[in-house]
Design a protein around this ligand. Structure first.
Ligand code: WT7
Length: 649
């Protein structure tokens, strides 16, 4: 047996307290209130969630029971009926929000469109009538493969309005990926566009759909939005133009109410390993989870301009571009294209021109900005910003400090939000105005969330030791099953310890009870009996001034069990020399300890990533072990990166 705890080596000790100004205006600004509500939420969940669901959502018929829990299957707010789209749109009409911007859209070429709540409601009603006319309704599956444009949100909300189950497929995925997903859920309709803009070029979406649909007998119709005016082939009577079907569609649509547990969407999780899993989310609980977290974690106010940079193809785009913020009546900024088009200052330019106040992005984007250089940031005032967020992976302290100093000007709280496609909404995060933050820690659980770190025998590990992260109680926005595969659902999430949710991440609590997530448990290495999170070694590498980004993987080692191989991309002004390799090995040994001294450092021009920015470690492992690349590479953003890594070997 090896040492079953994870050696956690982060030495970060800085603490940043919320400012008095932020605290004074926060939606939830007192530690005592957080403590009281948190205690209620975990000790009397039915009382807490019942009250929140009544206050924050609009029900057609009130629920009779808050939670029906037969592990691992949960039903929330049974007996209640609602319409999710009505909660995101209709309930804001006839209030001061009616003529407020719901979506401010900026296309990559620079076109800007604003839709007020009234206008968005109108478009959604029209599209819901289109769905009715195509006989797409309750329980039917609809695949959405679109650019990051308002029509993507309109399509999602129209599905919700008629009770159809959407599955959004990220616009960067291949036709193979579309085919698999469409077939897995037997989608009846596909909604797409001719193309989307990406770094000044057209990504041909309809062409990918056409190739995918050669093997998808369930699809009856395709609706195609004209975005780039790229030439496409239209197959009659299957394919229809968005503008044609919308012409003449009625702007009034009477929404039906659906049960709280009616399925809202299926989202296939990014397949860095194995067959993609169709995570199923339902209506009432999901909407409550996204609404309450948007309100308190993003401290949303009426006059905020809120920008989450995620694509709607990811859970972050579902929960924090569409459902959470629109349910709260927010103004949502939406941008179509790349962060470095036409130049690496595009995001900062958008923030200054539109007056963005809340900005939520991913560590991988932050590190790209760091790499492109501070001058692109310094041209802008960024004075409208008041709150920053991070999501997707552990944020290394260097990136956190850069975000805090250069973007937040030391004035904006940072909420580092830990959650997953499966959790539906944020689970662990600071509350801005309440929680002192530590760079790299997602801090404390949100209401109703009971995280525990357990060892391989299911025993809680002492504070300071690493282990596996579990959530001990069900929560409203949890996944309900995996589409068509309930036994995989049980096995994947609920079988490590019966009835308890296994998140798949390695983590630890520090002495203050703050949570530090070190990454997927599959990314924890065993070096000479020590379990080391690759994210911590990466963080140490990135703290060296020459390094822009790093990915660390294990390679079989006869003596140590596993050896550490580090793939490193350098900042643009650095030269890849042998001395630098040695210096980096020494630097990691100094930062973490001799046990973590890398066996090999390799310089790379780029790292293999999925289109959501997650490094595909499986591929790096295969390269590190000197073998061939096996398995699926269709989710890879750029295959050239892999080819060059192999030849540099
Ligand atoms: C995995 C979930 C949540 C939406 C985006 C990704 C990692 C996510 C954090 C964070 C440390 C994080 C975890 C998690 N992760 N946020 N703030 N700190 N790790 O969704 O693709 O389902 O990935 O991303 O490993 O399990 P996803």
């Amino acid at each position: 047996m090896t040492d079953q705890t994870i050696t956690s080596v982060s030495r970060e000790s800085r603490v940043f307290k919320p400012s008095a100004e932020f605290k004074a205006q926060a939606n939830l600004g007192s530690e005592a209130t957080y403590k009281r509500l948190y205690a209620e939420s975990v000790n009397s969940p039915a009382k807490f969630w019942g009250r929140q669901a009544t206050e924050l959502l609009t029900w057609r018929k009130p629920f009779s029971k808050v939670l029906d829990w037969k592990a691992p299957h949960a039903k929330w707010f049974t007996g209640g009926t609602l319409n999710v789209a009505e909660n995101c749109l209709d309930r804001h009409l006839g209030t001061a929000r009616e003529n407020k911007a719901a979506i401010i859209f900026e296309g990559e070429p620079g076109d800007i469109t604003t839709l007020t709540y009234k206008q968005l409601h109108r478009e959604v009603c029209k599209f819901a009538n289109v769905l009715d006319s195509l006989d797409v309704g309750k329980g039917d599956r609809v695949a959405i493969y679109m650019p990051m444009v308002p029509e993507a949100a309109i399509a999602m909300l129209a599905c919700a309005r008629v009770g159809a189950i959407h599955t959004v497929i990220f616009g960067g995925f291949s036709s193979e990926a579309i085919k698999d997903r469409v077939n897995d859920c037997q989608a009846k309709l596909v909604i797409t566009a001719d193309g989307s803009w990406r770094r000044g070029k057209v990504v041909e979406l309809k062409a990918s759909v056409d190739r995918a649909l050669e093997g998808t007998p369930s699809v009856q119709h395709v609706i195609v939005l004209k975005r780039t005016a790229t030439e496409v082939s239209m197959t009659a009577p299957r394919d229809r133009w968005w503008h044609d079907v919308m012409t003449g569609a009625k702007a009034e649509h009477k929404a039906k109410a659906f049960g709280s547990e009616h399925p809202l969407f299926i989202l296939y999780t990014s397949g860095s390993t194995g067959k993609p899993k169709g995570v199923l989310h339902t209506s009432g609980g999901y909407l409550l989870g996204t609404t309450i977290t948007t309100k308190y974690i993003f401290d949303l106010k009426e006059n905020d301009i809120y920008w989450c940079t995620a694509d709607v193809g990811w859970i972050t785009g579902h929960s924090y571009v569409v459902y959470g913020p629109l349910s709260c009546g927010a103004t949502v900024m939406m941008y179509e294209g790349a962060p470095n088009h036409p130049a690496p200052d595009r995001f900062w330019d958008i923030i200054d021109r539109h007056g963005v106040t809340i900005f939520y992005t991913a560590p991988t984007a932050i590190r790209a900005f760091m790499r492109w250089g501070d001058d692109y940031v310094k041209k802008y005032s960024l004075k409208s910003l008041r709150l920053l967020g991070s999501v997707g992976e552990p944020i290394n302290p260097e990136a956190w400090m850069w975000y805090h100093t250069l973007i937040g000007k030391k004035r904006c709280p940072i909420v580092d939000t830990w959650w997953q496609t499966e959790t539906g909404a944020i689970m662990v995060s600071p509350l801005p105005g309440v929680t002192p933050t530590k760079p790299g820690s997602c801090t404390r659980p949100f209401f109703g969330v009971v995280p525990k770190i357990l060892d391989d025998n299911g025993k809680e590990v002492p504070k300071g030791s690493g282990g596996r992260l579990f959530l001990m109680q069900p929560w409203p926005s949890m996944l309900r099953t995996l589409w068509g595969d309930d036994s995989r659902y049980k096995k994947q999430y609920w079988s490590e310890i019966k009835g308890v949710y296994f998140a798949g991440d390695g983590a630890r609590f520090d002495k203050d009870g703050y949570l530090w997530v070190v990454g997927r448990i599959d990314d924890v290495l065993n070096v000479s009996g020590h379990r080391i999170g690759t994210a911590e070694v990466e963080s140490a590498l990135v703290s060296h001034p020459a390094v822009a980004e790093a990915a660390v993987v294990g390679r079989p080692d006869e003596i140590k069990g596993q050896g550490l191989v580090c793939f490193v991309t350098l900042k643009s002004d650095q030269k890849p020399t042998e001395e630098l390799k040695q210096a980096l090995r020494g630097h990691v040994a100094k930062e973490i300890g001799a046990i973590a001294r890398p066996d090999e450092v390799r310089f790379a021009a780029g790292l293999p990533k999925t289109r959501s920015g997650k490094i595909m470690r499986r591929i790096l492992k295969e390269i590190a072990a000197g073998g061939a690349i096996k398995g699926d590479t269709t989710t890879l953003e750029d295959f050239n990166v892999v080819a060059s890594l192999q030849s540099e070997g």
